[in-house]
Design a protein around this ligand. Sequence first.
Ligand code: ZN
Length: 156
Amino acid sequence: MPDIRAGGDDQLEELYREVILDHYRRPRNRGCVDGDGAVAVELQNPTCGDEIRVSARMDEGRIADLRFEGRGCSISMASASLMTEALRGRTPREAIAMSARFKAMLMGETIPEAEVDEMGDLVALSGVARFPVRVKCATLAWNAVLRTLGAGADGD
Ligand code: ZN
């Protein structure tokens, strides 16, 4: 596996930007989960105009299906797409823990080396930490999914 740090921060930022644009242009798991047991939560981020609706269905204690629809900036939409990929198949406890790690990253905390692998493509959004006004864009879908889990959203 190539060391993506070898080329320096510029190369890493370029890689992150490509991941974000890819998820913005080709969102994963877009749509609506319906049927028995489906739960949906809508949230807005008025400071940017982002709107999102996240729907989920649990099965045997795991997030069996997870989708989103909405519109907004590239950060909010890419974060939603990445979120659905990261949390599908997880238990609520795992999803809440992942959400906490993701939010800590957006607050500028360094991710422990051991957790970088588990964060996967989510680290592409780490640069948002430098733009506090955009943090709400990146957390919108996560706060919505937390509410579908009955976990509520902290702070904002
Ligand atoms: Zn936004």
